[in-house]
Design a protein around this ligand. Structure first.
Ligand code: UGA
Length: 430
C-alpha cells in the first residue's frame, strides 16, 4: 500500500518507519524543512532507540520511505495517517490547530482525487473531535463525502517513548475506530503483518479508549505515590508494598514505581485535556482524575522540601540535578519534573548544576538562564551541597558516585541500603 503520514514527530516517524519496514511505501509530510532533509538522509531528527537504523535502511537502501513538505503528494497515496501534535492550551484544554490545519490541507488535496482514500488519525484527540472537527473540515475542503468517498478511521497509538519502535512491531492491541467498514478493513490490512488483538469499534469509542488508557496509567502512578506518602509516615518501604501488590494478577507489577511522579508529552497533557473537556463540555467534572493531577503536582516538589529540611535555606546552595529528560532513554523534556524542580530551585536562589546524557540541549531551550550545565554526572556531583536524582538513567545508578554526599533520590535509582552505606541518602517517598 502507498501511505502518507502527516507529521514526522515521535508518533508519525515511528509509524512511518514501521509501516515502511513492513513493506509499504511511505511518504512523511511535515512542514519542517530540517526534519524532512534529515529523514531523506536516513537520519532520525529525534532520539528514539532503533529509529536511526531503521531510517537509514529504509531511505537510502530500499527507498521505501521518504519525506516531503508538499501536501499534494498525498494524491498518489491510498491512506493518510494524521500524526500531528495536540498540545495543551494554557487552561489545560486540547489545542487542535495542527489537527485543523492537517484536515483542511488533506481535504484540499483530496478535492482533486477521484478514487477512494482513507484518512486515519493517530494523534490523541478528545472524544468527538473526529466527528465534530475532522470530518466537517475534510468534507468542506474536498467537496467529497466522508464515509463514502473518503474513508474515516481513528486509530490511536500506544507507543512509549524510548520503546516506540519495539512497541510498533509488538503492540498489545490495535484499535480501529471506523466510520465506514471499508476504511476499517483497509486499516486492518495495513497492520496485517503485526500479531496483536484487533478491536474494531466506532470512532468516539476509539478516541475514548486512548484517553482512558493514559488516564489509567497516570492513576496507577498517583495511586502508588499516595500509598508511598502514607508508607513513609509508617516507616514502611513502598517498594516492598508494591511488590506485595504485584502478585495479584489483577493488579500486576507495571506502573507502580513510586517517586516524583509522571511527566512527558502525553500523560500530563492528556489528563489535563480530558479533565477540562469532561468538566467544561461533557458536563462531568471528574473528581478522581483531578486528584490524580493534584497528587502528581505535589509529588515533584517533595524533593525540594526534603532538600530544604537537609540544607535549610537553599539560597546560594549548590544543587546538582541529575537527569533532565522526563524519563531515561529519551531527550524529551516536555512536562519533565526536572524542569519544574529547577525553576523552583532557581526561584529559591539555589545554584543549579544540571546534567543529563541526552537532554541538555532541549533543557537549555526551555529553562531560564542561570543553570550551570555540566559535562558529566561526576562533574555535577563534585562541589555540590546536595544531589537530586530526578531521572533514573543507568549511569546514575552507581552508589559509589555519591561518596559522603547528601543525595535525594526521586526515582529509586539507588539501592537505599547500599547508598546509605556511602552517603547521606534519602528517598523522596521511601
Ligand atoms: C505514555 C504511555 O505509557 C503510552 O502507552 C502512550 O502511548 C504514550 O504516553 C502516548 O500517549 O503517546 P510515554 O509518554 O512515553 O508513554 O511515557 P511513560 O513511559 O508512560 O512514562 C510517563 C511518566 O511516568 C514518566 O515520567 C515516568 O518516569 C513516570 N512513571 C512511569 C512513574 O513515575 N512511575 C511508573 O511506575 C511508571
Amino acid at each position: 500500500m502507498i501511505i502518507s503520514v502527516i507529521g514526522a514527530g515521535y508518533v508519525g516517524l515511528v509509524t512511518a518507519a514501521g509501516l515502511a519496514r513492513n513493506g509499504h511505501s511511505v511518504i512523511c509530510i511535515d512542514v519542517d524543512d530540517l526534519k524532512v532533509n534529515a529523514i531523506n538522509q536516513g537520519v532520525s531528527p529525534i532520539c528514539e532507540a532503533g529509529l536511526d537504523d531503521l531510517l537509514s535502511s529504509l531511505t537510502s537502501r530500499s527507498g521505501r520511505l521518504r519525506a516531503s513538505t508538499a501536501y499534494r503528494e498525498i494524491l498518489d497515496t491510498d491512506l493518510s495517517l494524521i500524526c500531528v501534535g495536540t498540545p495543551s492550551n494554557s487552561d489545560g484544554s486540547i489545542n487542535l490547530r495542527h489537527i485543523r490545519d492537517a484536515a483542511k490541507r488533506i481535504g484540499q488535496v483530496l478535492g482533486s482525487k477521484k478514487s477512494y482514500h482513507v484518512v486515519a488519525t493517530r494523534s490523541t484527540i478528545i472524544p468527538g473531535t473526529t466527528k465534530d472537527v475532522i470530518i466537517p473540515l475534510l468534507a468542506k475542503y474536498s467537496g467529497r463525502k466522508p464515509g463514502k468517498d473518503i474513508g474515516i478511521v481513528y486509530n490511536p497509538e500506544f507507543l512509549q517513548e524510548g520503546k516506540a519502535v519495539q512497541a510498533f512491531f509488538s503492540p498489545d492491541r490495535i484499535i480501529i475506530g471506523e466510520l465506514d467498514k471499508r476504511a476499517g478493513n483497509l486499516l486492518a490490512k495495513v497492520y496485517g503483518d503485526i500479531e496483536a488483538p484487533v478491536f474494531r469499534t466506532d470512532i468516539t469509542t476509539a478516541e475514548m479508549i486512548k484517553y482512558a488508557s493514559n488516564a489509567f496509567l497516570a492513576t496507577k502512578i498517583s495511586f502508588i505515590n499516595e500509598v508511598a506518602n502514607i508508607c513513609q509516615k509508617l516507616g514502611v518501604d513502598v517498594y516492598d508494598v508494591a511488590k506485595g501488590l504485584s502478585f495479584d494478577y489483577r493488579i500486576g507489577d507495571k506502573f507502580l514505581s513510586a517517586g516524583i511522579g509522571f511527566g512527558g508529552s502525553c500523560l500530563p497533557k492528556d489528563l489535563r485535556a480530558l479533565v477540562y473537556a469532561s468538566a467544561n463540555r461533557f458536563g462531568y467534572p471528574p473528581p478522581l482524575l483531578k486528584a490524580v493531577l493534584d497528587v502528581n503536582k505535589a509529588q515533584a516538589l517533595k524533593i525540594i522540601d526534603i532538600a530544604e529540611r537537609k540544607l535549610g535555606d537553599l539560597d546560594g546552595k549548590r544543587i546538582a540535578v541529575l537527569g533532565l529528560a522526563f524519563k531515561p532513554n529519551t531527550d524529551d523534556v516536555r512536562d519533565a519534573p526536572a524542569i519544574r524542580i529547577i525553576r523552583v530551585l532557581l526561584e529559591k536562589g539555589a545554584l543549579v548544576k544540571a546534567y543529563d546524557p541526552e537532554a541538555m540541549q532541549n533543557a537549555r531551550n526551555v529553562l531560564p538562564g542561570g543553570v550551570e550545565y555540566c559535562t558529566s554526572a561526576a562533574d555535577a556531583i563534585a562541589s555540590s551541597d546536595c544531589i537530586l536524582i530526578v531521572t533514573e538513567w543507568a549511569e546514575f545508578r552507581d552508589e559509589n558516585l555519591y561518596q559522603s554526599k547528601i543525595v535525594i533520590d526521586g526515582r529509586r535509582a539507588l539501592d537505599p541500603r547500599k547508598a546509605k552505606a556511602v552517603c547521606d541518602y534519602q528517598g523522596v517517598c521511601w
